[in-house]
Design a protein around this ligand. Structure first.
Ligand SMILES: CSC[C@@H](O)[C@@H](O)C(=O)COP(=O)(O)O
Length: 361
């Protein structure tokens, strides 16, 4: 694995780049202290980067895994045995890197569907080319989708100069570019509808304090970082007029899995009569899941909780519970902003209507 350190001036704020059979990832575990790129020429490096959260955020891990599969295809092209069978083994390993964000399996399934559609007589080289084109399409579409989400979402902020609260990081880093919740914020800021963002620090891995604050500062959007336990007081004092977050998986009834702590923020927003918005592309919807009850919740290494910046902050050997996500029930969600428009309760009906309009999804 090659690691490159960049000066700030030459880094476009994009989470990844594909060039000449190499996926370059902006290493998010190093931010904000260092801007470091990881060069992935082996699909296993991509898989490890997803596991370690070097690349993270639902749409970003989907796109990274798609490029990972292309790297896998290049590697196995001269192997003994059936190419498609071996490709599916790589696909399975990539899919298993993180369980909650459905964009990961969505992207891998979309890649495999390309292979299934091709004539069986087609050469391995042509299959790889088709896979590479599909991965590039997934990445390119992500930006366009986020721009559409941003336009629909910004219109929800009807006054000028509003303050909003966000949790975790649903920005350019968490997508290929621009972001979902932070995309809406970027757009609303440019239209002067939003004047300040409160960023929950988002324990245990500080995606809010490290990543959201970094992105917003780079864009000169005023941001105030608060610790997670301050959100209620900030709402009580009337300091925020809306909450907007991203999502990792949305069930048919509108239940939303997102970074641990999102549920608490939604409960607080309800108590303070503050609208709670979710911004997510259709690739984050899991149409096979009736409710959020069935969404698999990733549990991560206890060390993420027992240490802070590498220093032990609990007694050795203490029991730890470390779910990376929680599920916010649909009744706490004011609206879900997608690239096809704003969905309002009942989400089941709204999703059905969307399906009908699009002739299936
Ligand atoms: C547009 S990103 C939406 C979500 O993926 C994001 O809010 C989130 O929960 C990310 O969790 P992470 O564990 O950092 O991958």
């Amino acid at each position: 694995m090659a690691v490159l350190n960049y000066s700030k001036a030459v880094v476009p704020m994009k989470s990844m780049n594909w060039n000449n059979q190499c996926l370059t990832l902006l290493n998010q575990t190093c931010l904000p202290q260092a801007v470091q790129m990881i060069e992935c020429k082996d699909w296993r490096v991509v898989a490890e980067a997803i596991r370690r959260l070097e690349v993270r955020g639902a749409p970003a891990i989907g796109a990274a895994a798609a490029f990972g599969l292309v790297l896998g295809a290049y590697e196995i092209q001269n192997d003994q045995g059936d190419f498609e069978h071996n490709l599916r083994l790589v696909a399975e390993e990539l899919k298993e890197t993180r369980p909650t964000a459905v964009n990961l399996s969505w992207a891998i399934d979309r890649m495999l569907a390309v292979v299934s559609r091709l004539d069986s007589a087609v050469s391995t080289g042509a299959i790889i080319q088709a896979l590479e084109e599909e991965a590039l399409a997934i990445a390119a579409e992500d930006r366009q989708v986020n721009k559409r989400i941003a336009e629909f979402g910004a219109a929800l902020f009807e006054q000028t100069g509003m303050s909003v609260l966000t949790h975790c990081n649903a920005g350019a880093l968490a997508t290929v570019d621009f972001g979902t919740a932070l995309g809406v914020i970027r757009q609303a800021w440019s239209e002067k509808r939003i004047s300040r963002v409160y960023a929950d620090e988002t324990r245990p891995l500080l995606q809010g304090a490290r990543l959201t604050a970094w992105e917003l500062k780079e864009d000169n959007i005023p941001v105030t970082v608060i610790t997670d336990n301050m959100a209620g007081w900030v709402m009580k004092k009337g300091m925020v007029q809306a909450v907007i977050v991203g999502a990792d998986r949305i069930a048919l009834n509108g239940d939303v899995a997102n970074k641990i702590g999102t549920y608490s923020v939604a409960v607080l927003a309800k108590q303070h009569h503050i609208p709670f918005y979710v911004a997510a592309p259709l690739s984050t919807f899991d149409f096979s899941m009736e409710t959020g009850e069935d969404i698999p919740i990733e549990e991560r290494n206890p060390e993420e909780v027992t240490t802070f910046c590498g220093i032990a902050c609990t007694p050795a050997g203490v029991d730890v519970f470390n779910p990376a996500f929680d599920v916010t029930p649909h009744h706490l969600i004011t609206a879900i902003i997608t690239e096809y428009g704003v969905l309002r309760p009942s989400y089941r009906n709204a999703i059905d209507q969307l399906k009908q309009q699009r002739g299936g999804i």
